[in-house]
Design a protein around this ligand. Structure first.
Ligand code: MN
Length: 201
């Protein structure tokens, strides 16, 4: 039986400190993210979803309105994407020339793009996610609620995401979501990864 697995963290627990402490990563990855994987595998056992890829489970459960399966599958996908949207300070690289041109066309500058992403993170009411996406080659910032995800949305290519559920920042920043978002956009976005995603078909 093929189960959904917990993807390895791409860096050590303390690699994002102090913006995101080792303690936050240990709970966020080791309890929240791992918990979604365990719950999903329990929910899909013996159902039509068993053996499907994670992306297939997201799409099929969205279509069928199976909320519990969708929520857990989408959260796994979003968390995989989140860990791979972040990099240790100084290791996130720069946007490729193609991505930089798209950033400038949409936002005017890279700083303005970072500001728009942080703003979306702050303004998302309640739990959710702030995304930088490409839609038919044009960049946009958007946010989603709870587990909702651009995964599988036609014409939408996610490039970067910030988790704005309280579990992502509360141990380090308490209620100061804006300070967390600012620290992430200024020091920890993986622009090399975003550039590879932007260039991919
Ligand atoms: Mn989370």
């Amino acid at each position: 039986m093929k189960e959904t697995t917990l993807a390895p963290l791409p860096y050590a627990d303390d690699a994002l400190a102090p913006a995101i402490s080792a303690k936050t990563v240990s709970f966020h990855y080791g309890k929240h993210h791992a918990g979604y994987v365990k719950t999903l595998n329990g929910l899909v056992a013996g159902t039509k979803y068993e053996g499907l890829s994670l992306e297939e489970i997201v799409a099929a459960s969205r279509e069928a309105g199976d909320a519990a399966i969708f929520n857990n599958a989408a959260q796994i996908w979003n968390h995989d994407f989140y860990w791979n949207s972040l990099a240790p300070a100084g290791k996130g690289g720069e946007p490729s020339s193609e991505l930089k041109a798209a950033v400038d066309a949409a936002f005017g500058s890279l700083d303005a793009c970072k500001g728009a992403l942080a703003d979306a993170a702050v303004k998302r009411f309640g739990s959710g996610w702030a995304w930088l996406v490409a839609k038919d080659g044009k960049l946009a910032v958007e946010s989603t609620s709870n587990a909702e995800t651009p995964c599988g949305k036609p014409g939408v290519k996610p490039l970067l995401v910030i988790d704005v559920w309280e579990h992502a920042y509360y141990l380090d920043w308490q209620n100061a979501r804006a300070a967390y978002a600012k620290a992430v956009v200024e020091k920890h976005l993986d622009w090399s990864a975003a550039s590879r995603r932007f260039a991919a078909d």
